[in-house]
Design a binder for this molecule. Structure first.
Ligand SMILES: Nc1nc2c(ncn2[C@@H]2O[C@H](COP(=O)(O)OP(=O)(O)O)[C@@H](O)[C@H]2O)c(=O)[nH]1
Ligand SMILES: [Mg+2]
Length: 227
């Protein structure tokens, strides 16, 4: 499977401003510069889809991208750990991120991006633990794999896994990607489509059950027999 079409839709200052939809949404988060926008460009095969440079305006907004004629969405979230000047700005950004992650009903899976070149960072581990405390489903995406040798990359991924297993019983799904080389593209897309399928099936099942409980169809055969 592959993405049929992709289109930028809207940038919102908070969760209330996000588009009203009823389809699954996959959001990317991580420190600024980790490669969130590049990953969205790589997945959609459009270098201009998400802004990859540091345009402070856009990076402080929740950006929605409509996939496959609106069947699902990709979302580019602001980076955390931003060296923002002023407490007010930092608080506002935190509120926006928390508001989206905790209250966006459509959020189906969060992808937390980590730069494969770095050792486990405190701010990332804290963020992952916060997700755990709030039962937010997430997967980990290592970025910029082209910047290290395969062996060095694997070593760093192992170090992260070890760190994660200190607080987590199970590891989340882990993807190794390079937006430069399109590495990990098909794996991520397959993963998203498999979740979309599950969501679709759950919806069908719910509709079926709602139908059964809301409107029991009269059983005319028994009614006749009873007469
Ligand atoms: N070599 C390499 N550079 C990358 C990759 N992903 C992102 N970058 C670079 O890292 C910088 C930040 O990327 P960006 O997508 O804007 O990060 P964001 O702030 O998380 O959205 C840019 O200069 C990108 O070109 C990658 O997979 N490989
Ligand atoms: Mg960005």
């Amino acid at each position: 499977m592959d993405i049929k079409n992709a289109k930028y839709e809207i940038s919102s200052p908070n969760v209330k401003g996000c588009p009203e939809t009823d389809v699954p949404e996959y959001a990317f988060i991580g420190r600024s510069n980790v490669g969130k926008s590049s990953l969205i460009n790589m997945l959609t095969k459009n270098k201009k889809m998400a802004k990859t440079s540091q345009t402070p305006g856009k990076t402080l907004l929740i950006n929605h991208f409509r996939m496959d004629n609106g069947e699902w969405y990709l979302v580019d979230l602001p980076g955390y750990g931003f060296a923002l000047r002023g407490k007010e700005m930092r608080d506002q950004l935190r509120k926006m991120i928390e508001g989206y992650i905790l209250h966006r009903r459509q959020l189906t899976q969060l992808f937390v991006l980590l730069d494969i070149r770095h050792d486990p960072q405190k701010i990332d581990m804290e963020f992952l633990n916060w997700l755990g405390e709030n039962s937010v489903p997430f997967a980990i995406v290592f970025t910029k794999a082209d910047k290290l040798s395969k062996a060095a990359g694997e070593r760093n991924v192992e170090a992260y896994k070890k760190e994660l297993l200190k607080t987590w019983e199970e590891l989340p799904p882990i993807f190794i990607t390079s937006s430069e080389k399109s590495q990990g593209r098909q794996e991520l897309i397959d993963y998203i489509y498999s979740i979309n399928k599950e969501v679709e099936e759950e919806k069908k099942e719910e509709a079926k059950q709602a139908n059964e409980t809301a409107a029991p169809t009269p059983n005319t055969e028994t009614a006749e027999e009873e007469q």
